[in-house]
Design a protein around this ligand. Structure first.
Ligand SMILES: *Cc1c(COP(=O)(O)O)cnc(C)c1O
Length: 381
């Protein structure tokens, strides 16, 4: 069976050479815009491409405000600051997640609280979230929710759209609203994925995207904060650009700010990539369909997009029967020049986060034992 899989992947990607998990494609105006950017000398913290990139993200997603940042982690950190997350607060997130989310929470000296994911969507489970909050939260007179056992304020919730598959984000949003918890969407992996016809990243008060080299589109490194809230949008721009008060020559900064602005040269690359985003997503969806057909009625299960959603299929994944079979599959494929990867080690098992509060994580554990990502680059362009 494993040989059938590697043969299929080699045929699909039309090569006998090493097949990476995800590589970028530069088939548009990348070189043209980069050359223009270099010729202009505006390669750094100011320039027209940053404004253009932000505009293109606004146009594409429908967000009222889009603020480009140096990477997705910086976008998440900015989002947490905007949400008012302070030292000692609790921020809800997923145990099954890339490290960046828990890192960003830690930069604010806040504490991640790990809630289980949904087996179908791989994103935060609204049922598990509601159950945990019902049992472990008290509402105080100030209107906020507090964690019963520690007394800490639960300020924000950061669900993630795993591998591009939308979580049940409307249900999560409803629960957060009921408990007065700010919803921040980690949409780093899901640019272009929609849930109930609306872009992921826009269900929350604030959303964050990533344009790292391995994401659906890339600008080398980069991120974006999106929001429909004018106050937050303006504040995001302010704090990511050293909190400088606009003036023709004076340097006055009115709070401690961050140098999180995306360089113009990265934005030039991003503008070219944006022009092919829809093409890339359609090609990725075609590849997912081929995988779906191949794995149909086989003992390895392909992970399809959840109900009510259209996934960008950033990374395709399969589920093996158990951890032992997973490890055999990882060895066989990687030995045979097909790159595959297990899902991340659960956050609550890492040294830095092992003492953080958590709910029941049965689904996360189940997925951790079985899930493997398979090659997902855009093909046939
Ligand atoms: C990629 C990613 C980020 C941000 O990563 P950067 O490398 O900082 O751009 C954040 N969260 C998740 C879930 C990611 O996959």
């Amino acid at each position: 069976m494993f040989k059938e899989v590697t043969d299929f992947i080699k045929t699909t990607f039309q090569t006998q050479d090493f097949i990476p998990l995800h590589e970028p494609r530069f088939i548009g105006k990348e070189k043209e815009y980069l050359a223009d950017c270099i010729d202009s000398t505006y390669v750094s913290s100011v320039g027209k491409y940053v404004d253009e990139f932000e505009k293109r993200i606004r146009d594409y997603t429908g967000a009222k405000y889009a603020i480009a940042t140096v990477n997705g982690t910086a976008a998440l950190h900015t989002a947490l600051i905007l949400a008012g997350v302070n030292e000692g607060d609790i921020v809800i997130t997923q145990a099954l997640c890339f490290i960046a989310t828990s890192n960003a929470i830690s930069y604010q000296k806040a504490i991640p609280l790990y809630i289980d994911v949904d087996k179908k969507t791989l994103g935060l489970s609204p049922e598990k979230l509601a159950e945990y909050l019902h049992e472990n939260v008290v509402r105080k007179n100030d209107g906020y929710s507090y964690h019963k056992s520690s007394g800490k304020k639960i300020t924000a919730c950061v669900p993630m759209h795993t591998f591009g598959h939308p979580a049940k984000i409307d249900e999560v949003a409803k629960i957060c609203a009921d408990y007065n918890i700010v919803l921040i969407e980690d949409a780093a992996e899901s640019l272009g994925s929609t849930y109930k016809e609306k872009q992921t990243g826009l269900y929350g008060k604030i959303g964050a995207y990533s344009f790292n080299g391995n994401k659906t589109i890339t600008c080398g490194g980069g991120g974006m904060v999106v929001t429909n809230d004018e106050v937050l949008g303006k504040r995001a721009k302010h704090i990511t650009t050293t909190a400088k008060v606009p003036h023709r020559w004076d340097f006055v900064h009115d709070e401690i700010g961050y140098n999180y602005r995306l360089p113009n040269i990265n934005a030039a690359l991003a503008c070219a990539q944006m022009e092919n985003l829809d093409l890339f997503i359609s090609k990725k969806r075609e590849l997912a369909k081929q995988y779906y057909d191949f794995f149909n009625n086989k003992e390895i299960m392909f992970v399809s997009e959840p109900e009510n959603s259209k996934s960008n299929y950033w990374l395709n994944s399969v589920l093996l029967n158990d951890r032992d079979e997973r490890d055999k599959f990882l060895s066989y494929t990687n030995d045979n020049k097909v790159m595959t990867r297990p899902v991340w080690t659960l956050m609550n098992k890492l040294e830095m986060f092992k003492n953080c509060p958590k709910g029941n994580l049965d689904n996360s554990e189940w997925i951790e034992d079985r899930l493997v990502n398979i090659p997902s680059s855009v093909t046939n362009v």
